[in-house]
Design a protein around this ligand. Structure first.
Ligand code: ADE
Ligand code: ZN
Length: 345
């Protein structure tokens, strides 16, 4: 049941939330590939897409689970071939994010989805980095890259990818773990994460999206991650909830994604209010917005409409997003101050 605010009160709160500064911490750049851009890039590269056009492509976005989504996601990502393609993709996203008042974006990319097709790591990272630098100058927006390892591949392949990435070490701030969670526990990547941490990289991992609460514990214990992506299934384990609270581990929650991938039956059944009530450090993000029906403000607006979230909850979600980012404390401060000012009025 949602809180009965009346349209005006909800409208005012939603308006405030949409205008407020926020950080996007769970966003796969390949998941921002809108069908129109996929067709445009496919055309210029002479690469086929298994859809008649953008409309038919969108119509195919009915997913049963994570795996059924990933099949389309990797198929569409295969149109990306040149440095300009990666630049154009990221630049379109960054402009979109700026319009949602995102002041900091920590962006996942899946190099193995591209190197496995013969695209060099350098092509990917140079295109993305060029867009990020452009956003800094033209949009006064801060963004950084997090390189994800695909967990359906082996740790050996992750190490090979890390080798390819090392000459570009300065272009990414951390590593993550994504792709199919079922039967792919985090412990399979213990050594490669250990090496990454020694290199001074931040570490995050998808866990507790489709996988059990034990994968959240595994990501913390084996991979020593600083944030959990999704983590919504943590509520199945009381001791884990107590630990997440004690250690103030951020959970980057993606409500619309969870509905599209059938983690929850409908948005009004999402456990975001319970996560907040348990004192967990949750924030709201968009995952793969081109596929799941919206960017970060769409996720926030829909959540406020469908769920019993208070003004304090909304404030907490936004504050958590900024505080959970990997920005320096001094860089977070002006955004947090602005947020406090806006909510104090
Ligand atoms: N890759 C892109 N989106 C993902 C998700 N929601 N979970 C796991 N891997 C992903
Ligand atoms: Zn994700």
């Amino acid at each position: 049941m949602s809180i009965d605010y009346g349209a005006d009160v909800l409208g005012n709160l939603a308006d405030l939330v949409l205008r407020a500064p926020k950080a996007e911490l769970h966003l796969h750049i390949e998941g921002t590939l809108e069908p129109e851009m996929a067709f445009e890039i496919a055309r210029r590269n002479g690469v086929p897409l298994p859809f008649v056009g953008p409309r038919e492509m969108r119509q195919a976005y009915t997913f049963h689970d994570l795996q059924s989504f990933l099949e389309i996601y990797y198929t569409a990502a295969a149109v990306l071939r040149t440095e300009d393609d990666f630049h154009d993709l990221a630049w379109a996203y960054l402009q979109r994010a700026r319009a949602d008042n995102v002041v900091r974006a920590e962006i996942f990319f899946d190099p193995q989805a591209h190197t496995s097709r013969g695209i060099s790591f350098e092509t990917v990272v140079r295109g993305l980095t060029r867009a990020i630098e452009r956003a800094r100058v033209e949009l006064q927006m801060s963004a950084a890259l997090i390189m994800c390892f695909l967990r359906h591949l082996t740790q050996r392949e992750a190490f090979e990818t890390l080798e390819q990435a090392l000459p570009f070490r300065q272009h990414f701030i951390g590593v993550g773990l994504d792709s199919g969670e079922r039967n792919n526990p985090p412990e399979r990547f213990t050594e490669v994460f250990s090496r990454c941490r020694l290199l001074g990289l931040h570490a995050v991992a998808h866990a507790g999206e489709e996988g059990p609460a034990a994968f959240v514990s595994g990501a913390l214990d084996a991979l020593k991650v600083e944030r959990i992506d999704h983590g919504v299934r943590c509520l199945e384990d009381r001791a884990l909830v107590a630990r997440l609270m004690r250690e103030r581990i951020p959970l980057t929650v993606c409500p619309l994604s969870n509905i599209k991938l059938r983690v929850f039956e409908k948005l009004s059944r999402h456990n975001l209010p319970k996560l907040l009530a348990a004192g967990l450090r949750a924030s709201v993000h968009s995952d793969d917005p081109a596929y799941f029906g919206g960017y970060v403000n769409d996720n926030l607006r829909s959540s406020l409409t469908a769920l019993p979230l208070t003004r304090d909850d909304a404030h907490t979600l936004l504050r958590n997003s900024l505080e959970s980012s990997f920005l320096e404390t001094s860089q977070k401060a002006p955004h947090l101050e602005r947020l406090e000012e806006m909510f104090a009025r």
